[in-house]
Design a protein around this ligand. Structure first.
Ligand SMILES: [Zn+2]
Length: 365
């Protein structure tokens, strides 16, 4: 089972099943009902808040042959094609991996032709802020004179990085992180449908770890289900799982330090921050882990006292990493991170002290 299974399975197929972002849904459904849709939209907001899901719903609703108000019927051939992901007139591009001019040129070519089957050709461009400058300018040209049948939906987690001339051509919607209660509401619904028994405590832990991202919440639920075949989830199961995730983040980060890979470390840290990891908590876990490494380095027989209750695998990994770290470097690194921890509390860019500590730690090795 992959993390995305529940996410796909419980992706809403109509606006009424969409949880959260009421302000966006209301405006968009009104536009559809009145036939006053725009040619370009900008969906901006935190990851996992429903931007692409809503983009697909919108694409389906405007192409439905038999809509009920703004709601797609989910029965006509257009709805079915889109639901099954085989509609050639709905083009989805992830700008994070296709950020160049060639992709935008091929969009321009394809937009020249009217849709094959559907009423509208819809282009959904995910992570639109990642387009290269040339590609963004080429996109702007298309947005300046879009054909009447073309609709663009640009989704981004970082709207401030979009070039203003593109943003100003779009109708913009800001997506908010889902509230704790909304995440719990949807998770409860999924558990009910999946016949999963879940403790209230476990639901609360998932909701709080997801930090307002439904995709993350469903991912955690999915992961815990994959190792609990009896479909009974307790608070302690979630606690154990979340602990494992945190451990692997720390081990990975330390690996970059040992390998002296500054770029890799900063990129990895950035990815964790994008997933809303708490910097202070990360720094303190990092210090705690490095402390274990230095104790192990000095006397490996202390293993059971510094890592009580840890799995054999984590102990083996820690021993291996301790061996590859110079004692003096390890000591200095801990000092650097302790300083960073203090500074992070007051820094205007909270991750900056940690980033600098990483750079310095690798630089002196
Ligand atoms: Zn339909």
């Amino acid at each position: 089972m992959t993390n995305l299974v529940l996410y796909r399975k419980y992706r809403p197929s109509s606006f009424k099943d969409f949880i959260g972002q009421e302000h966006v849904v209301k405006t968009i459904t009104n536009e559809i009902k009145s036939g006053m849709i725009s040619h370009a939209y900008l969906f901006s907001g935190h990851r996992g808040t429903g931007k692409t899901t809503l983009a697909r719903l919108f694409a389906k609703a405007i192409n439905c042959q038999n809509p009920n108000g703004a709601e797609p019927c989910n029965k006509c051939s257009s709805c079915l094609e889109i639901n099954e992901g085989r509609a050639v007139d709905i083009i989805e591009i992830d700008a994070a991996s296709n950020r160049g001019i060639d992709e935008i040129r091929s969009i321009r070519e394809s937009i020249k032709f009217a849709p094959n089957f559907l009423k509208y050709k819809v282009l959904i461009l995910d992570e639109a802020h990642q387009l290269s400058k040339d590609a963004a300018n080429a996109l702007l040209k298309i947005l300046e004179e879009p054909p009447s049948y073309a609709i663009f939906i640009l989704a981004t987690t970082e709207a401030h990085k979009m070039i203003p001339t593109i943003a100003s051509r779009c109708q913009r919607f800001d997506f908010y992180k889902l509230s704790y209660d909304k995440v719990i509401e949807k998770l409860s619904l999924i558990c009910k449908k999946e016949k999963v028994e879940i403790e209230k405590e476990a639901l609360k832990m998932i909701a709080s770890a997801s930090e307002g991202s439904m995709r993350d919440a469903e991912g955690i639920l999915n992961q815990v289900l994959s190792f609990l075949p009896d479909k009974k989830i307790k608070g302690e199961d979630i606690e154990a799982l979340l602990g494992l995730v945190k451990n692997s983040i720390i081990i990975n980060l330390v690996e970059f330090l040992i390998e002296k890979d500054k770029a890799g470390a900063l990129k990895f840290l950035g990815e964790q921050i994008e997933k809303s990891i708490d910097i202070l908590e990360l720094t303190s876990s990092l210090i705690d882990y490095l402390r274990k490494l230095i104790i192990l380095k000095i006397d490996s027989s202390l293993i059971t006292s510094v890592m009580p209750g840890e799995t054999k695998e984590s102990i083996k990994k820690a021993e291996e990493q301790a061996k590859r770290f110079e004692e003096s470097t390890l000591k200095k690194t801990i000092e650097l991170f302790l300083e960073a921890e203090n500074k992070s509390k007051y820094a205007s860019i909270q991750q900056l002290p940690l980033e600098l500590a990483i750079i310095e730690s690798i630089g002196m090795q």
